[in-house]
Design a protein around this ligand. Structure first.
Ligand code: ADP
Length: 214
């Protein structure tokens, strides 16, 4: 399987798709959002930026990226979930992957209609311990027991940025800074698009496996 970089608006399903790839194909999942949420527990300034829906600075992201990619398990393909989000991040990422000899990657754009995204974000619940994602508004993604993680029994929580105000900022940032990267990766011949509008993810997962297979 090829290395994967996900590009998508907030709430499109990067996390859920990553969970599937980890389970089925033993991918290493690098989620910048999860890494930052761990940092935010001890760093109030990062917590505040994330709560507002703004982007964390490129400098912080790039040092996090360098540290993470240099410690990758060499025997597993990786998923980069949440980065790049700006052109500068994309350019630095190219250089780092090139230096590491990791040139075999595909950029997967998860396309979802804007009106569906807000609903998914408002209903999202996450496990603070194992990071599994649920949705209390979508039958297919509800936990077996209300508000309890199926995997580790932990009480679920709502992310501080999963509200309408913060979503509006995140979506606008996506349009301004991240969406233009589709053109960038299209020009590099790396871009694949899958659609994830349906709550039944089977078709989207089949499409995903199709675009990441060697
Ligand atoms: P989503 O894609 O649902 O918005 P993530 O968990 O990927 O959520 O990211 C949550 C937040 O973490 C973002 O809104 C932003 O504040 C921060 N973040 C994550 N990745 C990056 C990045 N590459 N650059 C800047 N900020 C980031």
């Amino acid at each position: 399987m090829r290395n994967v970089i996900f590009l998508s608006p907030p709430g499109a399903g990067k996390g859920t798709m990553s969970e599937y790839l980890v389970k089925e194909f033993n991918y290493e999942h690098i989620s910048t959002g999860n890494m930052l949420r761990e940092k935010a527990k001890v760093d109030e300034s990062i917590a505040a930026v994330m709560k507002s829906g703004a982007l964390v600075s490129d400098d912080v992201m790039i040092s996090l990226l360098k540290e993470t990619l240099s410690n990758l398990d060499k025997n597993k393909p990786f998923i980069l979930d949440g980065l790049p989000r700006t052109l500068h991040q994309a350019e630095v990422l190219d250089i780092i992957l090139n230096d590491l000899g990791k040139r075999d990657y595909v950029v997967v754009y998860i396309d979802v209609d804007q009106n569906i995204l807000l609903d998914r974000v408002i209903g999202r619940r996450v496990c603070p311990r194992c990071h599994k994602t649920y949705n209390c508004r979508v039958v297919e993604f509800m936990p077996k027991e209300e508000n309890i993680c199926d995997l580790c029994g932990q009480e679920l929580m709502t992310r501080t940025d999963d509200n309408e105000e913060s979503f509006t900022v995140r979506y606008q940032n996506y349009l301004d800074s991240t969406h233009p990267l589709l053109e960038y990766y299209k020009n590099l011949n790396r871009l694949k698009t899958i659609n994830n509008n349906s709550n039944n993810q089977n078709d989207a997962l089949l499409d995903l496996v199709g675009v990441i297979s060697d």
